[in-house]
Structure formats: structure tokens, C-alpha cells
Design a protein around this ligand. Structure first.
Ligand code: KG4
Ligand code: ZN
Length: 318
């Protein structure tokens, strides 16, 4: 059983043998945050408290499993909103203790990447793991299920965060990722010139500069009365620049560490433009790319249970 409450999704999942998803129930409090233009931690914690028991019961019912048949409880312990994490952790600890069920705490970022391996048969160690989400942009060199070495991170904004902030600047609403992807389809990425920082001699990222560049461009266009007609072009140019850096850095990491497998995860990996660009570029370098199924890209408990089971099995055999 997996439990996830790190941000705005209350989720519970039941997996068979760590791979087959029997249920993956997700209740999002996103509608409650939308009018604020971002996630409000206190609202998220309260929503988790209201939802966690119900969501867990539904997950068990959908999987046709009784709590006494659960062999392991896995829960997200970091990173995330403190109050939100606390709800899932307290619930899971109490359940595990009361029912005498083995219990494991799981890192949310690693689970996002592990989602790309769920249901895919054999795991592909060693690989470069790349999480691209609302709060994080990190690469890991993953030797086996227990050995993850962080090799890159963002020095400021995460990619999803920059999509959300740019969407806000463009007046498109929250969350920004899906809206920008849609609007970019109708825009010309070359009409408005933007650049995304590509830190030389480093695998690290920086996305706050391009966000500010979009802000200044909008002000300039507004002065000339041509902002509205250029929203799609701004979205397209922003997306093309950001994704080009992500693709470039991912392939550079694979080359640097001589790794031929790349596994991704996190909310931004839903993005079709990213998927297409990365698959094309990786093919030329003979690198195998794995994305999670789309419903496993955003926050969910199946990925927590999947990674938890893998770690539990590894530890039991070693
Ligand atoms: O993984 P996630 O739930 O967040 C964290 O765990 O931090 O991902 C949420 C993020 C948001 O920033 C959202 O704008 C972005 O994923 N996102 C997208 C798309 N769909 C969601 N970004 C780009 N393109 C999308 N289609
Ligand atoms: Zn996440």
C-alpha cells in the first residue's frame, strides 16, 4: 500500500508484487487553491486530513483487498509541505503500528522517477534519473535501487514552477504547464526571442532568468499594444527554450557518466513537446528513454508503493 500527501494530492494505492497497480486513488485539492494562483500549504493540509481515510478505504475496496492482506505500507516522507507530509506520515505510522504491518518511508523525487519503471518488466540499472516537477528539477546517477547520487539541480526555480509563473504573467491561470503547452501549439516559437540560461561546465539549471525575460517582453509588447496577439508566441518561445535546455542537459549527463538509460518523472513529463524532443535527440545518441504512463507523472501513491516494494525486496535479499 502506498500513501502520498506531499503537496495537493491525497493519494492511496494498492500494488501487487510492487508492479501491478490494483488501485491508485487520487483526490486533489487543486480547485481550492486555484483562485490564489498557487498551492496554499494550510489548505492542502486540511484537505489531506479530510480525505486520507476515505481515499485509503476506496483504494482497498477498488483493489478488492482487506487491510489484513497488506504486506507493506509505504509513505512519502520528503520533500514536500511539512503539514501535508505530516498527515500522510501520521496516518501511515498509526495504521502500520495498529495492524503490525511492515512500514517504509519513501523519497518523493525518487518515486517520481521510479514511476517510469512501473509495469515495464525488468528494471534498467544503472540509469540517469531525471525528475522534472512543480517543485524540483534534479538529475541522479542511479546505480541500483538503494544508490542514488544527485548530479544536478536547479539553482533557482523548478521547471514546473517556471511554467506556473510564466502562465501567471501571461494571465493564463494555474497550473501553468497544461495551458502553456496548449497555447504554444498555436504560436510561433521564433517570433519572439527569449533565451534560457544554460550554465556552462555544469549540469545545473536556472529558470528564473527566462521568467523575468518573459515579464519584460510582456511589458514592452503592452506598450506597443501587441501583447494579446503575442501570447501564443510567447508561450511557444518560452517552452521551446526551456525544453531545449532540459534535453541538452539530460543527454550531456548520459554522455558524461557513460550511461545509456534515461528514466524521467514528475508533472512536467506529461508534456508531449518534451517527450517528442527528448525521444528524437536520444535516438540519435542510442540512449533508451523511459517516461511514466501519463497518469503516473503527477503526484500519486502508486509510485510510492512501487519504489517502496523495490527497496523492501532488495533489503530482504541483501
Ligand atoms: O509532479 P507535480 O505534481 O509537482 C511536484 O511534485 O512538485 O507536478 C506539477 C507541475 C506543475 O508545475 C504543472 O504546471 C506542471 O507540473 N505540469 C506541466 C504539464 N502538466 C503539468 N508542465 C508542462 N507541461 C504540462 N503539460
Ligand atoms: Zn511530485
Amino acid at each position: 500500500m502506498g500513501i502520498e500527501t506531499s503537496c495537493d494530492e491525497t493519494s492511496a494505492a494498492i500494488l501487487k508484487a510492487g508492479r501491478k497497480i490494483l488501485s491508485n486513488v487520487i483526490a486533489s485539492s487543486l480547485p481550492l487553491h486555484q483562485r490564489f494562483g498557487g498551492i496554499i500549504p494550510e489548505i492542502a493540509s486540511r484537505a489531506h486530513l479530510e480525505q486520507i481515510s476515505r481515499v485509503s478505504e476506496i483504494a482497498l475496496r477498488r483493489a478488492r483487498i482487506k487491510i489484513r492482506d497488506i504486506g507493506l505500507i509505504c509513505v512519502t516522507n520528503e520533500p514536500g509541505l511539512t503539514g501535508a507530509l505530516l498527515v500522510g506520515l501520521s496516518f501511515s505510522r498509526a495504521l502500520a503500528l495498529a495492524r503490525n504491518i511492515p512500514y517504509l518511508e519513501i523519497n518523493h523525487l525518487k518515486a517520481h522517477i521510479y514511476a517510469s519503471l512501473l509495469g515495464k518488466g525488468k528494471t534498467n540499472f544503472p540509469f540517469i534519473g531525471f525528475v522534472i516537477s512543480g517543485g524540483h528539477t534534479n538529475m541522479f546517477l542511479v546505480k541500483d535501487i538503494l544508490h542514488w547520487r544527485e548530479i544536478a539541480s536547479t539553482r533557482d526555480d523548478a521547471v514546473g514552477e517556471s511554467y506556473d509563473k510564466v502562465a501567471k504573467i501571461l494571465g493564463l491561470g494555474f497550473p501553468g504547464g497544461p495551458i502553456i503547452e496548449k497555447r504554444a501549439l498555436q504560436g510561433n516559437p521564433h517570433k519572439i526571442k527569449l533565451t534560457c540560461a544554460n550554465l556552462e561546465n555544469s549540469l545545473d539549471f536556472s529558470f528564473s532568468g527566462i521568467k523575468t525575460a518573459v515579464l519584460y517582453k510582456c511589458r514592452e509588447l503592452e506598450r506597443f499594444g501587441s501583447f494579446k496577439e503575442n501570447i501564443d508566441n510567447l508561450a511557444a518561445s518560452f517552452q521551446e527554450n526551456v525544453i531545449s535546455v532540459l534535453v541538452q542537459k539530460a543527454l550531456t549527463a548520459c554522455k558524461k557518466y557513460k550511461i545509456k538509460n534515461l528514466s524521467l518523472g514528475g508533472g512536467v513529463t506529461v508534456n508531449n513537446f518534451l517527450r517528442k524532443k527528448l525521444v528524437e535527440a536520444a535516438k540519435a545518441e542510442k540512449i533508451n528513454v523511459l517516461f511514466p504512463e501519463k497518469e503516473l507523472c503527477l503526484d500519486n501513491a502508486a509510485m510510492i508503493a512501487g519504489l517502496g516494494y523495490g527497496i523492501f525486496k532488495y533489503q530482504s535479499h541483501n
